[in-house]
Structure formats: structure tokens, C-alpha cells
Design a protein around this ligand. Structure first.
Ligand SMILES: Cc1cc2nc3c(=O)[nH]c(=O)nc-3n(C[C@H](O)[C@H](O)[C@H](O)COP(=O)(O)O)c2cc1C
Length: 162
């Protein structure tokens, strides 16, 4: 089974999730950061995972574009979609719905809301002041749902059946 994880990450949370998922697989998994790489043709892969993170309510534009442009190929794959985010509950679900096209959400065998982190050390000054103003946060917070990542990995890589 050949797999690829295509992701984008501003401060590293969605990237860490991609690395963790890769490490759960027994074989090579290709990792493509859309910020710095073009994705290879998807013909070689039967499993495709797409992950991004939410900033000001939106997933990265390149992830959105990639999903739109490859929708018809992606619905022929074993597909997983995940997000890093800080909002919880219905707000998180709504962001997931807005981040990925309906057809892909319906087709995906694994859908992940992984939580996220506010890493002040990695934020630019304007991001820090936005965080302080918008949500009153002036310190780093780690709220990644490791169990959600592991559960997602088990489903997408069939690990529960081995
Ligand atoms: C400037 C900024 C805006 C953000 N806006 C949102 C938001 O609208 N909704 C949300 O759930 N999380 C929001 N977050 C939290 C991020 O989704 C969270 O930090 C996530 O872990 C980022 O993942 P990344 O490091 O892979 O980009 C925001 C974070 C920053 C720094």
C-alpha cells in the first residue's frame, strides 16, 4: 500500500501530525509540504492524506486549491482529511466543513480534528498581538489530541485489522 501525506503548517502543528502519522505506517509514506514542494502525480498512491491548519477561520489557500483541482482523483483514493485548530466543538466541526469540499468529506474514510497549539515563540509580532486581542492569550498553549491522531492513523492505515 503506497501512501502520501500532503500538508501545510504555519507553526509546525499540522507538520508534527503528518510526521506522527507517517511513523505509524510500516512502510514508506511520502510527505509533501505544499508550501515548498509541488505534489507528485497521485497515480502511484492508493492512500492520500491531506492536512492543514486553521488561521482566522480558514485552511491554507493552497490546500483548498489542491483539493478543488484534484477532487476527481481524490475520490478514487483511500482518503483521509485532517485539521489542526484551537476552536472546539461545533466551531471546530464547522471549520472542517468549510475547509474541505463536501464530496471529499463524504468520501474520506478518516476525518481528523486534531486540536492544536499556540506557540508564541514561533509567532510573528502581529500574530501575537492578534492572539492577545482576539482570544486574550499571552502564553503558549498545547492542546493536541494525540488520541485523535492515533485513531485516525489506525483507520487510514488499516492498523486495527492487523
Ligand atoms: C494568527 C492565528 C489565527 C488563528 N485562527 C484560528 C481560528 O480562526 N480558528 C481556530 O480554531 N484556530 C485558530 N488558530 C489556531 C491554530 O489553528 C493553531 O495554532 C494550530 O495549531 C496551527 O497549526 P499549524 O502550526 O500547523 O499552522 C489561529 C492561530 C494563529 C496563530
Amino acid at each position: 500500500m503506497s501512501a502520501i501525506i500532503i500538508y501545510m503548517s504555519l507553526h509546525g502543528c499540522a507538520e508534527k501530525a503528518a510526521l506522527k502519522l507517517r511513523d505509524m505506517h510500516w512502510d514508506d509514506v511520502d510527505l509533501v509540504n505544499l508550501k515548498v514542494q509541488d505534489p507528485p502525480p497521485l497515480d502511484d498512491y492508493d492512500t492520500v492524506i491531506i492536512g492543514g491548519s486553521i488561521h482566522s477561520g480558514e485552511i491554507q489557500g493552497r490546500i483548498r486549491k489542491f483539493c478543488r483541482e484534484h477532487e476527481w482523483v481524490l475520490i478514487t483514493k483511500r482518503l483521509g482529511l485532517y485539521l489542526c485548530h484551537m476552536q472546539e466543538g461545533e466551531a471546530a466541526t464547522r471549520q472542517f466543513h468549510e475547509a474541505f469540499p463536501q464530496q471529499l468529506r463524504n468520501h474520506a474514510v478518516a476525518k481528523g480534528l486534531f486540536g492544536g497549539e499556540f506557540n508564541l515563540e514561533k509567532m510573528l509580532p502581529h500574530e501575537k498581538s492578534l492572539m492577545k486581542k482576539a482570544v486574550g492569550i499571552d502564553h503558549s498553549i498545547e492542546n493536541v489530541n494525540t488520541k485523535a491522531i492515533e485513531g485516525f492513523g489506525k483507520v487510514i492505515f488499516h492498523l486495527d485489522k492487523t
